[in-house]
Design a protein around this ligand. Structure first.
Ligand code: CA
Length: 207
């Protein structure tokens, strides 16, 4: 190899090393394709409810393998059936003058202390079910082991798969996210554009 090409080879190698040092690789957190828990980084997940005794409002999680529904037409996606429209008399604490209370529920997923400072984007895919109906808007929370919380609102959900990108640079001044604790989806009665419905989630990752 002559001297000119040798120097070019060294420069290209240096650029490649710099490039790989600056960007963390994509880390897939959950693709749900096995149709079981935990997620791909060994984190547990599940639906959560405001209370366990008031079943007039709820969120339930299941897996769907319907190829007409799942993201990428193969494997599984997570299905969330939610109700944030509590019915009168559905809760033990309701009285004649207090017949309707705030309703909220959703999904929690442990993030197993991944370092979000190494990534630029928190990404997932979402789709509403046209037959059951769905809210166009819901909240996402990311919390850290240090107790910090970042909030985002997902809007414009529709009945085809949409990519949701949460810019992580926005949360780096909000606290210490070097050890992430949990990813949370929150359906709220005050925000939901449809109070009972079905939402699908898939391919949760950071990059
Ligand atoms: Ca999947």
């Amino acid at each position: 190899m002559n001297k000119k090409y040798f120097i070019l080879f060294l420069v290209m190698g240096f650029v490649l090393v710099i490039n790989s040092a600056c960007f963390a690789e994509k880390l897939m957190i959950a693709d749900f394709n096995r149709g079981e828990k935990p997620n791909l980084i060994s984190g547990d997940f599940g639906a959560w409810n405001k209370t366990e005794w008031d079943r007039s409002q709820f969120c339930n999680e299941t897996f769907t393998a319907d190829p007409d529904i799942v993201y990428g037409s193969k494997g599984c996606s997570l299905q969330l059936d939610y109700d944030v429209d509590p019915k009168e008399g559905g809760g033990l604490c309701w009285t004649d003058t207090d017949t309707k209370k705030a309703a909220y529920n959703g999904l929690w997923m442990r993030l197993e202390k991944i370092d979000l400072n190494k990534y630029d984007e928190f990404v997932f895919y979402v789709k509403g079910d046209a037959d059951f109906g769905y809210t166009n808007k819901f909240k996402v929370e990311i919390t850290s082991m240090a107790g910090d919380m970042a909030r985002f609102y997902v809007t414009d959900v529709c009945d085809s798969w949409q990519k949701v990108v949460l810019p992580l640079y926005k949360i780096k001044n909000d606290g210490d996210f070097s050890q992430a604790y949990e990813f949370k989806i929150v359906f709220e009665d005050t925000v939901a554009t449809k109070k009972e419905g079905r939402i699908y989630i898939d391919e949760i990752y950071v990059q």
